[in-house]
Design a binder for this molecule. Structure first.
Ligand code: ATP
Ligand code: MG
Length: 559
């Protein structure tokens, strides 16, 4: 990698000062305790310590991902939001997309306006070359090797030319040669002016760093200085034994106290710091929406299996309809009232189920990416709007195909064009409500396994409390109340109103009609637009709740 490739235009170095940093978690347990540090511009610094010592917490606090509970962090020569690169331990890129496409989307989300396609392409090519990934640009991220994927996550963060760069365990899981290679890349960045702070469990990494920060098991600072000074301070020939040395200390405060005394006698030398660069400008909401929607669409289109399931499940549902129900249930001369109830219910449930499954895996599968992109300035409103903008048109297609084919095979009420449009509007609104319910649950869970477990819990009440298997007036009081909260109930009753089931049951030739109508009361009397309003209300409610859940998740993590 040549220096020019990552440094044009020239960058200012960023020094970091932390003073009296503290973090604690519930029940007041301290996880970082009184940490004071000075990191010079252009240094490579390793943070080491036992598992659970607080390395990630310190890194997040220094990077501004987490607010310090005590003390302060300041950057000398800092620029705005784009000046900080943060590579968490999890991958922060979608596995479906080819590397170069991923970087282009990331660049369009992060590079300040007015970066056009030419600037974006140039910067992406520059970063790929700098990390020796040019040849891998066409390979889907999921098929890169572990080391390449790590470099790919780093590439995303280098796009904005950060002045300070934090990496959480960048070498974990890499073979030693690739780890050394990665450290060399980081060294080249530092030589070009970027300050690099990383955590590591590989003591050999420390020898490639200018300074090492050692944390005790209790989140206190046992040492900060050059690796050579560290060996001298701990009285060790190799830092490989530093954890043993820390564990041998019976008094947890002894080393931090000794280091504090040692440091007072020998304060770290200061270096002049470049003045602040220009402030970083955020990409506007509309552009974020456009880029995120395009990326979502490409992810869906590239994941052939998901696409096949999304588009194939309506085919399966249609097949089941054809096998289960005889044609002509809505024929006024020979109506089958109980069959009409079931057909309308299962249409409503189909729309609900498609929407729910489309939404349920959308957010939980990309939480680390979302977290990182939020830190880089992505807003939640365009993020959520971009999900709906891509998935709703897909649902619209699927719902239209479902109704169109059912009509073709005579399983639908014989409505005119306006009636068909009303049935379609009800079904699409029902799918939209379920999609946003899926997004809400996806935002609330931690991973895809939990989301999948929620599916039956979400579906059961939408079958039982809708009023199809048991009419709402016949339910116990609690069930009647619960039925109001089921979006499917409003879809089912709206479909029934448009299908004219009341007239069909009252005036049709079947003797079963009038008693059935009596059990349903006025369930289907409500004008269909009232059902639409309620379904639209569910959409807004679920979207708002998704937003609140994501914001709360973030503030819990940040505090
Ligand atoms: N948000 C949180 N809520 C509760 N406990 C937390 C939170 N964040 C960190 N901790 C706890 O704080 C301690 C330090 O965590 P941290 O992740 O910083 O350790 P670490 O040194 O990075 O460990 P590892 O080497 O295993 O990655 C751990 O005991 C962890 O369980
Ligand atoms: Mg960690």
């Amino acid at each position: 990698m040549t220096t020019e490739q990552t440094t044009s235009p020239p960058r200012t170095g960023v020094g970091i000062r932390a003073s009296g940093l503290g973090q604690s978690v519930r029940k007041g347990r301290r996880i970082l305790d009184d940490i004071s540090l000075a990191i010079q511009p252009g240094e490579v610094v390793a943070v080491i310590g036992a598992s659970g010592a607080g390395k990630t917490t310190l890194l997040e606090t220094l990077a501004g991902v987490r607010r310090p509970a005590a003390g302060t962090v300041s950057y000398d020569g800092a620029t705005g939001g784009g000046a900080v690169g943060y590579v968490p331990q999890d991958d922060i890129i979608h596995r479906e997309l080819p590397l170069e496409r991923t970087l282009r989307y990331a660049a369009r989300l992060r590079l300040p306006p007015p970066s056009g396609p030419v600037e974006v392409a140039e910067r992406v090519a520059e970063v790929l070359a700098g990390l020796r990934l040019t040849e891998r640009g066409d390979v889907p991220v999921g098929r890169l090797s572990g080391g390449e994927r790590k470099r790919a996550s780093i590439a995303v963060e280098l796009l904005t030319r950060p002045g300070v760069f934090f990496l959480d365990e960048p070498t974990s899981g890499l073979d030693p040669a690739i780890a050394v290679d990665l450290l060399r890349v980081l060294r080249t960045l530092a030589d070009a002016g970027t300050t690099v702070v990383l955590t590591t469990h590989q003591i050999t990494d420390v020898e490639h760093c200018d300074r090492v920060v050692v944390l005790t098991r209790h989140g206190r600072l046992a040492f900060a200085g050059t690796p050579a000074d560290a060996r001298e301070f701990f009285g060790l020939r190799s830092l490989a034994e530093v954890h043993l040395r820390l564990d041998e200390e019976t008094d947890p405060a002894a080393l931090p106290d000794r280091f504090a005394a040692h440091r007072d006698a020998d304060p770290p030398p200061g270096r002049p710091v470049e003045p602040a660069a220009t402030g970083h400008r955020r990409v506007g909401r509309l552009r974020q929406l456009g880029v995120l929607a395009a990326r979502n669409a490409e992810i869906v289109a590239r994941n052939r299996l998901t696409l096949a399931i999304l588009l194939g499940s309506p085919l399966m549902v249609l097949g089941m309809f054809a096998l289960l129900f005889r044609p002509g249930a809505f024929d006024p001369a020979r109506p089958s009232p109980t069959v009409t109830v079931m057909i309308l219910f299962w249409i409503a449930f189909g729309g609900f189920f498609f929407g729910l499954t489309y939404g349920l895996l959308q957010i939980c599968t990309e939480l680390p990416i979302l977290r990182r992109e939020r830190f880089a300035g992505v807003r939640l409103a365009p993020y959520l709007a971009a999900k709906v903008a891509v998935l709703l048109p897909l649902l619209a297609l699927v719902d239209l195909a479902l109704l169109g084919v059912l009509r073709g095979i005579d399983r639908l009420p014989p409505v005119d064009g306006a009636g068909f449009a009303a049935l379609y509007a009800t079904l699409l609104l029902s799918s939209a409500a379920a999609l946003t319910l899926g997004l809400l649950c996806s935002a609330a869970v931690s991973d895809a396994a939990q989301a999948t477990l929620m599916l039956p819990m979400l579906c059961f009440p939408q079958v039982l409390f809708v009023g199809a298997i048991l009419p709402v007036p016949a339910m116990a009081a609690g069930g009647q109340w619960l039925s109001y909260a089921m979006s499917n109930r409003w879809a089912f009753e709206g479909l029934g109103h448009t299908a004219g089931v009341e007239r069909l049951w009252r005036d049709g030739a079947s003797p079963l009609g009038p008693p059935l109508l009596a059990t349903y009361g006025d369930s289907f009397s409500r004008p269909v637009w009232v059902n639409w309003l309620v379904l639209g209300g569910f959409v807004l409610l679920f979207l708002g709740a998704t937003w609140v859940v994501l914001v709360r998740r973030e503030s819990r993590r940040a505090s």
